[in-house]
Design a protein around this ligand. Structure first.
Ligand code: 9MR
Ligand code: ZN
Length: 546
């Protein structure tokens, strides 16, 4: 990539014009509402757009926050509930504008869900739905097998994974499953949500997932396995997707991809039955065939990029959590004891709370806990306890954090905002199954994402006065439109910068929460992916569906 394209004054990158940090979407009237003040002061004010002071109170000194390097003061405005648009002021500094209102996260939920539509591959985006971000059809030619160019196949469709145009089965299955569980657990947030996509006839979140699921099913090999990914040999340059005319290859089957395909199709078969019977039946057949493949191939078949290919690897060290999830979903949808036993055989070798594409056992737990089949009560308790103790640990981290964020130092890595939002999911799941009131903690993660962080930046494009706008996302750069399409969740601070640009701009010794730059050049700080958006949609769905 030519750095020249990204010339901006890097000394200004990451400097919020606002000295007081708030959630730039805002706060529910009755929720806990705090602003973070990273300088010494005694009191603060809340002002309306005319500058009129609406509320004042003293601050509380939280103390030194190691992850940000800030000595922070907390401004608690929970007592102020009047709906409106405000700023917090203290001394000569102020916050970005934010709202206090019921349903304050509705728009950012619309946007983060609509982001998946903007990432669709193969169909083209029309202006009725995509406005100025419309573009032509991409990656529509037949793909060929990497290992046998004589075999061509149709694997069009699905979502582009991220800033790149690759499509990867494990990543896609994980993101789709987050959305499907969000729908299943918080249907009220999604049933009537209209995000202006072409399809009608079922909730938009299901239409959007259907687009991905149709592609995932095309990734099944004739013997039931799932090809690991469909990408070009090398990442495309920063061009629009329809201009990327390179050959798409389909890479070998992996057992992780096959397990995830079985799992997500089994999960979806149950959900779509009510809306689209023939689609549900097709999903079920795909799941069955993939599960048969798993039975016939008990060995781990991993994935490594072959020589000559530099697109994402999504390798994993084992496939235990994937198989656990697959058998859990197969049991839930069929009630067959054989699947149950297989699932149980993986339970003590799996992190029961993992929610990422590699460590995905938590989705098996969700499947089991929500299922109506006969259950092993000991495992049910173990799952609930696992979520409970994880949540307790995260609460402790949140309480200690000056920014009320549940992040361990090592979680400020590539895609750290995924960790933040997965931790948000843990609070939500613990609340759901263990009857805990974790709303304040779940909101805390959203506040951090949307601006209550050490850089005062909202990591969602289009949300907030000071939000990221230059993600490492090919169409967002190549379309020449200054304002990025909304709803994209940036990877966020990464204390182990993994690209030349990040290495250059992140100075040695920068506190982890500040290791970020809003620049398209940096894939290790500012890329977007479907599985960073999906946990965000899950947590926001919980907040909107309450
Ligand atoms: O999210 C992945 C991150 O954890 C890895 O460190 C990184 C390097 O291997 O790859 C990331 O995944 C990328 C994937 O390989 C291709 N699509 C974009 C993903 C996000 O950067
Ligand atoms: Zn495409």
């Amino acid at each position: 990539m030519n750095r020249k394209y990204f010339d901006r004054d890097i000394t200004q990158i990451g400097r919020s014009p606002f000295g007081i940090l708030v959630d730039q979407a805002g706060y529910e009237p009755d929720s806990k509402k705090t602003a973070v003040i990273p300088f010494e002061c005694d009191s603060f004010e809340v002002t309306d757009p005319e500058g009129k002071v609406c509320y004042t109170s003293g601050v509380c000194h939280h103390g030194y926050d190691e992850d940000s390097g800030d000595d922070v003061y907390t401004a608690d405005l929970s007592g102020f509930r009047k709906e409106g648009t405000y700023r917090v002021r203290a001394k000569d500094r102020m916050s970005a504008a934010f709202e206090i209102k019921k349903g304050v996260y509705e728009t950012v939920l619309d946007d983060t869900l609509k982001a998946f539509y903007y990432l669709r591959c193969g169909c083209g985006l029309d202006s009725a739905c995509a406005g100025e971000y419309a573009h032509g059809k991409c990656h529509t030619e037949k793909a060929v097998l990497w290992e046998d160019h004589g075999v061509s196949l149709d694997v069009t469709g699905g979502w582009h994974d991220a800033g790149d145009y690759g499509r990867y089965v494990t990543a896609g299955a994980c993101a789709a499953a987050h959305l499907l569980y969000a729908f299943r657990m918080f249907p009220a947030a999604y049933e009537n949500r209209d995000i202006n996509i072409p399809e009608k006839g079922m909730p938009d979140i299901l239409s959007e997932c259907k687009y991905e699921l149709e592609w995932l099913m095309k990734m099944q090999s004739p013997d039931g396995g799932a090809y690991h990914k469909a990408t070009t040999a090398l990442h495309a340059p920063f061009i629009m997707p329809e201009l990327d005319k390179e050959q798409v290859y389909v890479f070998p089957v992996s057992s992780m991809a096959t397990a995830d395909l079985a799992a997500v199709c089994a999960l979806a078969a149950g959900i779509y039955e009510k809306y689209d019977r023939s689609f549900s039946a097709e999903l079920f057949q795909t799941a069955l065939k993939a599960a048969d493949w798993l039975d016939a191939h008990p060995e781990f078949i991993g994935f490594r990029n072959p020589e000559g290919c530099n697109t994402g690897g999504y390798g994993e060290g084992d496939d235990l959590s994937n198989r656990f999830w697959a058998y859990a979903e197969m049991y839930a949808v069929t009630g067959k004891e054989d699947y149950h036993e297989k699932m149980l055989s993986f339970a003590d070798r799996t992190d029961l709370t993992g929610l990422g594409y590699a460590d995905i056992g938590g989705l098996g737990s969700l499947s089991y806990l929500l299922s109506e089949q006969k259950k092993d009560e000991e495992l049910v308790s173990a799952m609930k306890r696992a979520f409970g103790s994880k949540a307790a640990e995260l609460k402790d981290l949140s309480d200690k954090s000056g920014y009320h964020v549940a992040m361990r130092k090592r979680e400020y890595c590539w895609g750290s905002n995924m960790n933040t939002m997965k931790n948000g999911m843990i609070f939500v799941i613990d609340g759901y199954f263990n009857g805990q009131d974790n709303k304040t903690y779940a909101e805390g993660q959203v506040h951090y994402l949307l601006g209550a962080n050490a850089l005062g930046i909202s990591y969602v494009t289009g949300t907030g006065e000071y939000c990221c706008n230059y993600p490492h996302l090919r169409p967002a750069f190549a379309d020449g439109i200054e304002k990025c399409m909304p709803g994209m969740v940036a990877g966020g601070p990464n204390s182990r910068p993994g690209d030349p640009y990040a290495v250059e701009v992140i100075k040695e010794g920068t506190p982890p929460m500040k290791c970020y730059a809003d620049d398209a050049a940096s894939y290790s700080l500012n890329e977007i992916t479907i599985y960073w958006n999906s946990p965000t949609v899950f947590v926001l769905g919980y907040l909107c569906g309450k």
